[in-house]
Design a protein around this ligand. Structure first.
Ligand code: AHR
Length: 522
C-alpha cells in the first residue's frame, strides 16, 4: 500500500514538473512553481498553540502594552487590562501566552507579585534597563487576563535564582484546590478561591545563558530536582529550557538525561537577526539586509529538522514536543527609544518572516506543538504597538490572523517545487506553503512569496480533493519597508484575493512579490 502511494506521489511530482517545464518553454515565463497536496497522507493535527505568544516584563510589553494601571481613566480597561488589546487578541484567537519571561523569569519571585498592591515590594529589572518593577502586574493579574483573552497561560518558572520550593509553591498557589494547603489558602485570601487552569510550565529560561549559564549536563540534573516537586494534580505539561539555535548537544543531553515521565517538551529559541553586533534598522533596511534576515528566518527549517531527528532517536513515537518558545525578527530599537526596551517597528519584512516560519511550523506539526512569537506587544516582532491610548496592528498581526484558520486543523502534507529568490550567488526558496483541512472539511492553503521583485506563477495540484470554489486573502504592499503607524494604521492590511482560478483538479494563481496569500477551498 505504502509503496503504491509513494509511487503515485512520484508520478504526480514528475507529471507536474514536466508540465511546469513545458509551460516555461512554451510561454517563456518565469518558471511555474508547483504545490502538490497529499490529502491521503494527512495524519497530524496542527496544534493551535503553534500560534502562541510571549509577554515579558520588558520595556512596554506589560506596562503600557497589556496593563495600564487599575485607576487609569484615560485608556479603557478592566482591572487595568487594556480593552482594545483584549479585543484585538481575541480576534487573533491567541491560544497560549508565555509569561513573565524570558530572562526576567529567572529573576522573578512570584510572591512579590501577589496580595494587596500597596504591600508588594519593588525590584530593579536588571535584564531590561534597570527600571523599577513595582510588581503591580503579578500572577492574579496575568491569569485573570488569560481568562479574558481566552488563552491558556504558560508560566515560565524561576530556576536560575529561585528554589524548588518556590516553584512548587507557585504551582500550588495557582492550581490546587482551596483548603488543600497554605498556598491555595493564600490565593483564596487574595480574592480567588477557585484555582485557575495552568497546564504549561517552563522550568527556567535559556538555562545556557541568562537563566544561569549552565551546561546541558548540569541543567539536566537541576531540571530533575525542580520537576520532582511540581504537580498540578492533573495535566501538567513541563517544558525544559531548550537549545539556542543549532546547539544540538543541548538537545541530545536533555533527551538522554531527562526521565521521560518528568518532561513533556523541550524548548528552542531562534531569532532572525542579521548579526548580534550589527543588526539593521527595523524600517530603513536594504534589500541585502532583507535577504540576510530571510536566510536567518528560513534556517528554522534546518533547526527543526535536526533537533527533531535527535529527539526521534530517543522518542520515535513523538510523545515529546518541540516548543519554539521564542522566535521572530530582532533589529535595532527605534531611534530615540530606550535601548533596553527592544521596541522596533514591524514591516512587510516581518510579514515574510511570519508567513514563512508559520508554514515551517505547520509542516512540522508532528513534533512542533507550540511556538511563542517574541513578543506580543511593543517588543521585538510585536503584533500590536501602543502609545498611551493609541494602538496599531502590525503586518505580523495580519499574517497571524490570516493563518489562524490552520489552528487545530488536519495538516495536509505538500510537495513544493519553487523558484529561487536570488541575490548574486545566494539563493533562497522564493515560496513556502502549508495546507490543512478544518473540522468542517474546508481546506486552507497558505503561500508566502518572499521574492522582493518577482511575482511567482503557481499551480496547486489538489490530488483528488473535492473543490467547488476557491477564495482567498492576500497581504501585500508596495515596498518591503511599508508598515502601519498610528497616523496610517491601515497601510498594510489583508485584501480579498481574486486571482486564484480553479481548473478541475488544480488551482492557478500568481503570488505578488513579497506577499502572503491564504486560500480557502470548499
Ligand atoms: O525576548 C527577549 C529575550 O531574548 C528574552 O528575554 C530571552 O529569553 C532571549 O534571549
Amino acid at each position: 500500500m505504502k509503496r503504491n502511494r509513494n509511487n503515485n506521489k512520484t508520478l504526480i511530482i514528475m507529471r507536474t514538473l514536466l508540465a511546469s517545464v513545458a509551460i516555461c518553454l512554451c510561454m517563456q515565463l518565469h518558471a511555474q512553481n508547483i504545490i502538490v497536496l497529499h490529502p491521503s497522507d494527512a495524519t497530524d493535527t496542527i496544534n493551535k498553540n503553534i500560534y502562541g505568544h510571549f509577554a515579558e516584563h520588558l520595556g512596554r510589553c506589560i506596562y503600557g502594552g497589556f496593563y495600564v494601571g487599575d485607576n487609569n481613566k484615560k485608556i479603557p480597561n478592566k482591572d487595568g487590562i487594556r480593552l482594545d488589546v483584549v479585543e484585538a487578541l481575541r480576534k487573533l484567537r491567541i491560544p497560549v501566552l508565555r509569561w513573565p519571561g524570558g530572562c526576567f523569569a529567572d529573576t522573578y519571585h512570584w510572591k512579590d507579585g501577589v496580595g494587596p498592591k500597596n504591600e508588594r515590594p519593588s525590584m530593579l529589572n536588571v535584564w531590561w534597563g534597570n527600571v523599577k518593577e513595582d510588581n503591580s502586574f503579578g500572577t492574579n493579574e496575568f491569569l485573570n487576563m488569560c481568562e479574558m483573552l481566552g488563552a491558556e497561560p504558560y508560566l515560565s518558572g524561576n530556576v536560575g535564582s529561585g528554589s524548588p520550593q518556590e516553584l512548587s509553591d507557585w504551582v500550588k498557589y495557582t492550581t490546587h484546590p482551596a483548603g488543600s494547603s497554605p498556598m491555595p489558602d493564600l490565593r483564596a485570601k487574595y480574592g480567588r478561591p477557585n484555582p485557575w487552569h495552568v497546564k504549561y510550565w517552563g522550568l527556567g529560561n535559556e538555562a545556557w545563558g541568562c537563566g544561569g549559564n549552565m551546561t546541558a549536563e548540569h541543567y539536566a540534573d537541576v531540571y530533575r530536582q525542580y520537576a520532582t516537586f511540581m504537580s498540578n494534580g492533573g495535566d501538567i505539561f513541563r517544558i525544559a529550557s531548550g537549545a539556542s539555535d543549532d546547539d544540538y548537544h543541548w538537545t541530545e543531553v536533555l533527551m538522554q538525561q531527562l526521565p521521560p515521565n518528568m518532561f513533556n517538551a523541550l524548548g528552542l529559541h531562534h531569532y532572525s537577526v542579521i548579526d548580534w553586533n550589527k543588526k539593521s534598522s527595523s524600517t530603513d533596511f536594504s534589500e541585502s539586509e532583507y535577504f540576510t534576515t530571510m536566510q536567518k528566518a528560513l534556517f528554522m527549517e534546518e533547526l527543526i529538522t535536526k533537533h527533531s531527528a535527535i529527539m526521534d532517536k530517543y522518542d520515535p513515537k513523538k510523545t515529546k514536543a518541540l516548543v519554539v518558545d521564542e522566535w521572530g525578527g530582532w533589529y535595532d530599537v527605534v531611534e530615540g527609544t530606550n535601548g533596553a526596551f527592544l521596541f522596533q517597528q514591524n514591516t512587510m519584512r516581518d510579514a515574510m518572516i511570519a508567513g514563512s516560519t508559520l508554514n515551517i511550523f505547520n509542516n512540522h506539526c508532528d513534533r512542533v506543538k507550540m511556538a511563542n512569537l517574541a513578543q506580543c506587544i511593543n517588543v521585538l516582532q510585536a503584533v500590536i504597538l501602543t502609545d498611551e491610548e493609541k494602538m496599531v496592528l502590525t503586518p505580523t498581526y495580519h499574517v497571524m490572523e490570516m493563518y489562524n484558520v490552520h489552528q487545530n486543523a488536519l495538516m495536509i502534507p505538500t510537495t513544493l517545487v519553487t523558484n529561487s529568490y536570488q541575490i548574486g550567488d545566494d539563493k533562497l526558496n522564493a515560496l513556502s506553503a502549508s495546507a490543512s483541512k478544518d473540522k468542517d472539511g474546508v481546506v486552507h492553503i497558505s503561500i508566502t512569496n518572499i521574492d522582493a521583485h518577482n511575482a511567482e506563477p503557481v499551480t496547486i495540484y489538489l490530488n483528488g480533493l473535492p473543490a467547488k470554489t476557491v477564495t482567498g486573502r492576500v497581504l501585500k504592499s508596495e515596498k518591503l519597508q511599508d508598515h502601519n503607524t498610528f497616523d496610517d494604521p491601515n497601510k498594510v492590511v489583508p485584501q480579498a484575493f481574486t486571482g486564484a482560478t480553479l481548473n478541475g483538479d488544480n488551482i492557478s494563481l500568481t503570488a505578488p512579490p513579497f506577499s502572503v496569500i491564504v486560500l480557502e477551498i470548499k
